[in-house]
Design a protein around this ligand. Structure first.
Ligand SMILES: *Cc1c(COP(=O)(O)O)cnc(C)c1O
Length: 408
């Protein structure tokens, strides 16, 4: 399985074994399991994505937009009061300060530029809570491209403010009426659309999931997070490598971005935090590594919550961004290989941690992010450990959930 691929030579490092190989495998996980009718679309992207990303003009435009439009570099903030409370050195990578309020825009900026280079003028996307839909509609408005976002009919009802945002940004929101009328049904609709519109359409997937090359491509776009972290930590601590990097994992894109340049630095501990919902054994959770078995979802082989006979289990989490029944193949491999430490955090502990960060640091985090912040109650660190947490997004979108939960 250790292929010395063209891909790893392009990176100039033959030893990056936790990265995808040229067929999109992370160990046993990944690949491209797609219907034949989708093959030409995926193959067009696969055969060109690395070359396009490495063109100087692409890099220049990507970096410029990240700087002037997204507001990068995002700060690496030493959280003094939060650190004091837990007796270790905690830094927050402030992705919550990105335009649109989370890390997701790093990926959609990258993919809209990719779509333009591929000559596509119509963009489709799937969205669950609407965050990826908003990030996609945003970059389509920026570039003046047509945007169609598939969203489960139930989610459209639950997430009215994000539906309104997408409309303001001139996207069309199409309801998915089949199945449970949530994220996976929206994804199926988007795939159907892509099959029917192979020439002019690019499908912007919102996390490190889907068939190769998506997980690797999205991880590369998000890797700006760890690229910046290395420089910033060198300034602040005199070393590029922290002792631990910590991130919440839904599909796994903010985590992939923070881990990326640390994957093959064995002295850096990798901690992934999943949503345990109402408890791992409650039947209402999204703790994929704890509960998942090998399976195929949305075109890649990964760990997946499923019944005995292979039916996908409906996931649950209080945070809409973490209730995905699978996990990206990079993370499945980090789990299986033992390179990553996986912790699951339930709704109540996440909510408490979100409120605590607000009170200690004046930063209201997204509920997704709050899961990562909650590990300090149980996972102890040494006094001198440097722990970097990806503060993946801000809590504005979650205000109603906070209000109801705490009777604010
Ligand atoms: C969408 C989202 C997540 C989960 O997605 P990943 O692909 O796992 O990063 C986490 N945090 C925030 C703020 C989000 O909006």
């Amino acid at each position: 399985m250790k292929e010395t691929s063209i891909d790893s030579r392009l990176r100039g490092n033959e030893n990056e074994s936790y990265q995808a190989n040229e067929r999109g495998y992370y160990g046993d996980f990944g690949g491209a399991f797609i219907p034949e009718m989708l093959y030409p679309n995926v193959e067009e992207l696969r055969s060109q994505y690395i070359q396009i990303m490495q063109e100087p003009s692409f890099q220049e435009e990507f970096k410029q937009l990240l700087k002037d439009y997204v507001g990068r570099p995002t700060p690496l903030y030493y959280a003094a009061r939060f650190s004091k409370k837990y007796g270790t050195k905690i830094y927050l990578k402030r992705e919550d300060l990105c335009h649109t309020g989370a890390h997701k825009v790093n990926n959609t900026i990258g993919q809209i530029l990719m779509a333009k280079r591929l000559g596509k003028n119509r963009i489709i996307a799937e969205t669950g809570a609407g965050q990826h839909g908003v990030a996609t509609a945003t970059v389509c408005a920026l570039m003046g491209l047509e945007c169609i976002v598939y969203m489960g009919a139930i989610d459209i009802e639950r997430q009215a403010p994000n539906v309104a945002r997408m409309k303001m940004l001139s996207a069309t929101v199409r309801p998915a009426m089949s199945g449970s009328r949530t994220l996976k049904d929206a994804t199926n609709e988007a795939i159907r659309d892509w099959i029917n519109n192979p020439v002019d359409t690019h499908y912007i997937i919102g996390s490190v999931v889907g068939p190769h090359p998506y997980p690797d491509m999205v991880a590369r776009f998000q890797s700006v997070i760890s690229e910046e972290t290395k420089k910033q930590l060198l300034e602040k601590e005199g070393r590029e490598n922290p002792d631990y990097v910590v991130a919440c994992v839904g599909g796994g894109s903010n985590a992939a971005g923070l881990y990326y340049h640390y994957l093959d630095e064995p002295e850096v501990g990798i901690i992934a935090v999943e949503a345990a919902g109402k408890g791992i054994d409650s039947g209402e959770s999204a703790a994929t590594s704890a509960l998942g078995r090998e399976g195929i979802i949305h075109g890649s082989k990964t760990l997946l919550m499923q019944t005995e006979d292979g039916q996908i289990t409906e996931p649950y989490s209080i945070s809409a961004g973490l209730d995905y029944p699978g996990v990206g193949p990079m993370h499945a491999h980090l789990f299986r290989s033992g390179r990553g430490e996986f912790i699951s955090v339930n709704d109540a502990d996440a909510m408490t941690a979100g409120l605590e960060l607000s009170k200690l640091e004046g930063i209201i985090p997204a509920i997704e992010t709050s899961h990562a912040l909650a590990i300090f109650e149980t996972r102890k660190f040494k006094k001198d450990d440097v722990v970097v947490i990806n503060l993946s997004g801000r809590g504005d979108k979650d205000l109603n959930t906070f209000i109801e939960y705490f009777n604010l």
